[in-house]
Design a protein around this ligand. Structure first.
Ligand SMILES: [Ca+2]
Length: 152
C-alpha cells in the first residue's frame, strides 16, 4: 500500500517537474564511432570519452530554447565555490533529464577553462558557455587555446 502511494506520488512529482521543459524537435542520431571520429578530427590531441552506443541529435534552436528556460547562467560566479567547472557540471546536469539526456551534449575542458559542447543534427560541433548561454563555433581567447577533454 505504502509502495503504491509512493509510486503514484513519484509519477505526479516527475510530471510536474518536467512539465515546463520543452522537448527537442529535430531528432536525428549519431552512433559512438561516428561521433568519436568527428570529435577526434576536430580536436586530435584531446581525450574523448563517450559513454553511450548512440546519441540523439537536435537543432541549435532546440538547444537555445532549452538554455533560455534554464537558469544556470544566472547563478553568481564565485572563485572555487562556483566557478567554471561547476557551471559546466551544473548545465550538464540540467540536460541530464529525459529526453534531453540522449543528446550528443557534454562537458569540455580546455587548457584554461571548463564549458559545454554539443553536436547538432547536421553534425556541427559547437561550444556552449554555461555562464552566458552563448553558443560558439570556436573558443574565445579567455576560454583557452586547446581542447584537452570532451565527455559526452
Ligand atoms: Ca539560461
Amino acid at each position: 500500500m505504502v509502495d503504491a502511494i509512493i509510486r503514484i506520488l513519484r509519477s505526479i512529482l516527475c510530471k510536474t517537474n518536467n512539465s515546463y521543459l520543452p522537448e527537442p524537435t529535430s531528432i536525428g542520431e549519431i552512433d559512438n564511432p561516428e561521433l568519436y571520429k568527428l570529435l577526434k578530427e576536430l580536436f586530435p590531441d584531446a581525450t574523448i570519452f563517450l559513454s553511450d552506443k548512440t546519441y540523439k541529435t537536435c537543432s541549435l534552436s532546440d538547444i537555445t530554447t532549452f538554455l533560455k528556460q534554464d537558469m544556470t547562467n544566472k547563478i553568481g560566479y564565485e572563485d572555487e565555490l562556483f566557478d567554471c567547472d561547476d557551471f559546466s557540471y551544473r548545465l550538464m546536469g540540467q540536460f541530464s533529464v529525459k529526453p534531453w539526456s540522449a543528446l550528443a551534449f557534454g562537458i569540455c575542458w580546455t587548457d584554461k577553462h571548463a564549458l559545454n559542447c554539443f553536436v547538432d543534427y547536421t553534425r556541427k560541433f559547437r561550444f556552449i558557455e554555461p555562464q552566458s548561454d552563448e553558443t560558439q563555433d570556436t573558443l574565445k581567447t579567455w576560454q583557452g587555446t586547446k581542447v584537452l577533454l570532451i565527455i559526452m
